[in-house]
Design a protein around this ligand. Structure first.
Ligand code: ENP
Length: 266
């Protein structure tokens, strides 16, 4: 009956299993957490309720149970490049995106919703944000985004896609609407924006123009020290894994060396 994907099969096992994976293997530094209690809090946010009447605050207990600090200088915000961010952040080893926190990790890539007057999950379909914005998944990510932004500190990075259709900095968007307003000015020393184009994609947005300019101005107006760079080299290296022969992926110093051939002794 709804237009969105239904609840992911085996949701309970996935959430509980991911919770243990996170606290035991991915990031034991967060300390002991009660994974079955975390599942109960997650489920109680939306079961037995009209799937269009779930609010961010319904996840309050879930957030309290999963909460842990975010290391300074490790926050990585993004739009329109989730798979790239997943590889780049490397499960918190390089950066800690929302999906690398316990509260984001347990829900990443999943779908879920309940039904009014029934304790069952709806595995057939769930409402999309267009159908109703107060749905279980949207409200979850709003609450998670707010929490993540409030607790980010030090140097903040934002990785944007310069080839995205609607512009690198979408409005509305989670970053624009739930993260920027919840950043704590006194805890943040600098904001670094990276705009990276897809290797074979169009160059729609760059630092200083279009939607990126809008973002830079907004952050400066809020009093942040903002730096923006195009096509960050480390991110490019990662993207280039899949396009080794593209001209954008030529390694500047090694190309001429390879053409020169072996060093002769005469
Ligand atoms: P999309 O539309 O590229 O990707 C949505 C997918 O990413 C979904 O599979 C979603 O899981 C998962 N996901 C991971 N983190 C978030 C998230 N944080 N979020 C919504 N979905 C998330 O992402 P968006 O909508 O542009 O959101 C990007 C935002 O995430 C940025 O603000 C970034 O800073 C933030 P699921 O369970 O929905 O299938 C916030 C909202 O971290």
């Amino acid at each position: 009956k709804w237009k969105g994907e239904g609840t992911t099969q085996n949701l309970e096992s996935i959430v509980i299993g991911r919770c243990y994976d996170y606290i035991r293997i991915v990031n034991p530094a967060v300390g002991e957490k009660n994974c079955s209690q975390i599942w109960e809090a997650f489920k109680n946010a939306f079961i037995n309720k009209d799937p269009c009447k779930i609010l961010p605050k319904d996840y309050e207990l879930f957030i309290n149970l999963t909460f842990h600090t975010i290391p300074p200088n490790k926050s990585l915000f993004w739009e329109n490049n989730q798979l790239l961010v997943n590889s780049f952040a490397d499960r918190g080893r390089r950066y800690m995106s929302l999906g690398d926190t316990l509260f984001g990790f347990v829900a990443d890539f999943l779908y879920w919703c309940g039904q009014a007057d029934s304790p069952g999950l709806d595995y057939e379909s769930c409402p999309t944000t267009v159908e109703c914005e107060n749905n279980a998944v949207e409200s979850f990510w709003r609450m998670a985004s707010i929490t993540y932004a409030q607790h980010s500190s030090g140097v903040i990075h934002i990785l944007l896609n310069g080839s995205a259709d609607g512009g690198a900095y979408p409005q509305p968007g989670f970053f624009a609407d739930y993260e920027i307003p919840n950043l704590q000015r006194d805890k943040i020393s600098q904001i670094i924006i990276w705009v990276v184009d897809d290797i074979e994609g169009p160059d729609i947005d760059s630092c200083g123009i279009n939607s990126v300019k809008t973002l830079e101005t907004r952050l400066e107006t809020l009093g942040y020290d903002v730096t923006c760079t195009d096509n960050n080299k480390s991110v490019m290296f990662l993207l280039c894994l899949d396009y080794p022969d593209d001209s954008k992926c030529a390694l500047a110093s090694s190309a001429p060396a390879a053409q020169r051939g072996p060093v002769s002794s005469d």
